[in-house]
Design a protein around this ligand. Sequence first.
Ligand code: AQP
Length: 339
Amino acid sequence: MNKKRILSGVQPTGDLHIGNWLGAIRNWVNLQKEYDTYVCVVDLHAITVPHNPEKLKSDTLSTAALYIACGMDPKECSIFVQSHIPAHTELCWLLNCVTPLNWMERMIQFKEKALKQGDNVSIGLLDYPVLMAADILLYDADLVPVGEDQKQHLELARDIAQQRINSRFSKDKKPILKIPQPLIMKEGAKIMSLLDGSSKMSKSDPNENSRIGLLDNPDTISKKIKKAKTDQHYGLEFGNPKRPESDNLLGIYSMVTNQSKEKIRKECSAMGWGKFKPLLTDALISSLEPIQKKYNALIQDRSELNNVLKEGTENAKILSGITLQRLKEALGFLETTSI
Ligand code: AQP
């Protein structure tokens, strides 16, 4: 039986953090054997907010290298850069022309990011979810592993595919685009800022102390954890809405030590912050050390990384070309072969 396909990606908008790892990449690593896995570095998404061209290049490479360093195995999956496959932008245009504007204006992430941009909001930022729909639909993905924050975008992709393409343009009731399902992992679905347990850890947070970068050195990790927000209570607990920092840091500790919440609860319920923080620091340092080692090797000798990206691009070109052609036919475009 054919494996079901999954597709996912991270934007090269800065240094990847443990939220990107625990909420996304680590899940892909666990899924890659079971699924036909496509992961891309979504660089076209990264320019929906103001960007630095030199940094975009290096962030794109470092994001791809981190996929591999975190355990994505090029023998099990295809890794590629979104902008290397022109079908993404072409499909995005086709979908733009059938997507109602008011669907886009409802998107929570757009509203949040637009607030930060003031008068500088680009059409690209508004269109971000349509490009994301194109990314997913191009590969006939069955499942999309996403964090809780991306669920609304996936629902939009499903609505565009079903309501605006399949039900309007399919002639023989055979779907033109496959309807993807979200695959949301319970643990690590959302890692919160170190400085505010109620807001998401994010690359674009101007305060670097809000996040642990995957490439942070031990000294930086230690300093950031020392500065992490705490509360006045003694003893640490999960799930108390009045103590989001306790829940978040315990959750991170549980994930990086690969221990169940139950075990962590027993270990930490009678522990003060002063005793817990060094434990968390050590656990983070040792879980990131093998990732950093592999990353440094990949970046120093780029030949392995280049080969992985070339092969991934070839695979992605084949699949995306088939879907794009199928949709263009259904929409009535004149074929080049007929002239
Ligand atoms: N804090 C988080 N907790 C769990 N998962 C997270 N993801 C991001 N932040 C967290 C997941 O990482 C994947 C890729 O994210 P992205 O970089 O494409 O976009 P994002 O969600 O907007 O990530 P950031 O770090 O917040 O970037 P900026 O600041 O540039 O917008 C997604 O699966 C996401 O759920």
